[in-house]
Design a binder for this molecule. Structure first.
Ligand SMILES: *Cc1c(COP(=O)(O)O)cnc(C)c1O
Length: 414
């Protein structure tokens, strides 16, 4: 970046700092990943200059011969990846994608069943601090004593509440959803089904998890988590909701789409269609399982009874008497990044909860496999148990950097 370096050294320096951090750090935040250099190239292009309100073939501005190419390719590839009838690639991120989907099919005041945040749901699924909760009437369902969604209770709740929509989708829930059962409950009460697959989209695209798209009316997602694309959102739906979804995205909620981002989405979807992406998704599941098994050996309590996807939720306070915030901070010191997280019905506060969430998509992108995960689990235990021992943390930090250097990322970036 020779031009930026000269023109704005402060920003250049921060970018270089972040690049070094990402190269040398052990990234275990479950929602993060490393996009390819091809995706980065597409993001930093002249498409950022272009206004293209509307959709391919029907725009409100001229000069659309190339924007139409990239948006059509993004749509085509996403349809192929997920077997979707209709795709909208314009949502700017996951949260707007959800608001767009709600507004497409619900009226203000309509009732929605959504998963409780502390049980693994997402803020945009009706948490009281969000706009979604002000506009719609959210009722929250939870997981049962065995850590899984209690479908009997969900059904009873659906019959009692008569919601217009039943919403699935999670940021910290680690078990596989029973799509058929879920959809059958919604059908029984005449509710629209929506699934927010923000976290697991890449696992579905890579065929490591079953595809929910045939079972749900609307599926929303981010494109930057396991799907390993640029930051962004996307909505997949049945043909009968296509018009409503497109209208709700533009002009309903957003203005001009970010075309450089849509070009990068198309590149990422192209990557996800390759056989190597299926191998990537399969390795994520293997790595997460090893992480679960190893952490259990060290005496950590794994929430929901284990994992079927790319992450584990760990009750560090209940297992080791160290809070989620303390664990996050100590792990940060050794270059291991993850996030503190509530556990179901957490008695502690959201700012200092009982748990941490640990995900393997980013380290799996680097090429780390079972052997490395065993080491990572050992470091996590050592750091949590010795979180006040600065000397010990320094030693571990060196080991972490050494392992990261063996699995380089962004070798061509300067
Ligand atoms: C991450 C996430 C979102 C929000 O995505 P943003 O791109 O951060 O707006 C929405 N839903 C779920 C389930 C998520 O995990």
């Amino acid at each position: 970046m020779p031009i930026l370096k000269k023109q704005d050294p402060k920003i250049y320096k921060a970018i270089q700092g972040e690049l070094k951090r990402q190269r040398e750090g052990m990234e275990l935040i479950a929602s993060e990943n490393y996009v390819s250099e091809a995706v980065l190239e597409a993001l930093g292009t002249v498409f950022t200059n272009k206004y293209s309100e509307g959709y391919p073939g029907r725009r409100y501005y001229g000069g659309q011969e190339f924007t139409d190419v990239v948006e059509n390719l993004a749509i085509e590839r996403a349809k192929k990846l997920f077997g979707a009838e209709h795709v909208n690639v314009q949502p700017l991120s996951g949260a707007p994608a959800n608001m767009i989907a709600y507004s497409a099919v619900l009226k203000p005041g309509d009732k929605v069943l959504g998963m409780d945040l502390s049980h693994g749901g997402h803020l945009t699924h009706g948490h009281p601090v969000t706009l979604s909760a002000q506009v719609y009437d959210f009722v929250r369902y939870k997981t049962g004593a065995d850590g899984k969604i209690d479908y009997k209770e969900l059904e009873a709740m659906a019959i009692k509440e008569k919601p217009q929509m039943i919403l699935a989708g999670f940021s910290a829930y680690t078990r596989q959803l029973d799509y058929k059962k879920f959809a059958a409950i919604a059908k029984k009460v005449g509710a629209i089904t929506m699934f927010d697959i923000a976290h697991i989209a890449g696992l579905i695209a890579g065929k490591a998890l079953p595809n929910p798209v045939p079972y749900f009316d609307i599926v929303t997602t981010t494109t930057h988590k396991t799907l390993r694309g640029p930051r962004g959102g996307m909505i997949l739906c049945k043909e009968k909701f296509a018009k409503a979804i497109d209208k709700a995205a533009f002009p309903g909620f957003q203005g001009g789409p970010h075309m450089n981002n849509i070009a990068a989405k198309a590149v990422a979807f192209g990557e996800a269609l390759k056989p190597s992406f299926a191998r990537y998704a399969a390795q994520i599941l293997k790595n997460a399982k090893v992480l679960e098994i190893e952490l259990k050996k060290y005496g950590f309590k794994i929430m929901f009874g284990g994992t079927d996807n790319h992450m584990v939720l760990v009750d560090v306070f209940g297992s080791k008497g160290v809070t989620g915030k303390e664990a996050e901070k100590a792990l940060d010191k050794v270059g291991i990044t993850l996030n503190k997280n509530m556990i179901p019905d957490d008695p502690r506060s959201p700012m200092d909860p009982s748990g941490v969430r640990i995900g393997v998509p980013a380290v799996t992108t680097r090429g780390m496999k079972e052997r490395e995960i065993v080491k990572i689990a050992r470091w996590i235990n050592d750091v949590v148990e010795n979180h006040a021992d600065e000397k010990k943390l320094k030693v571990i930090h060196k080991e972490v950097i050494a392992l990261c250097k063996k699995f380089p990322v962004y070798g061509n970036l300067k």
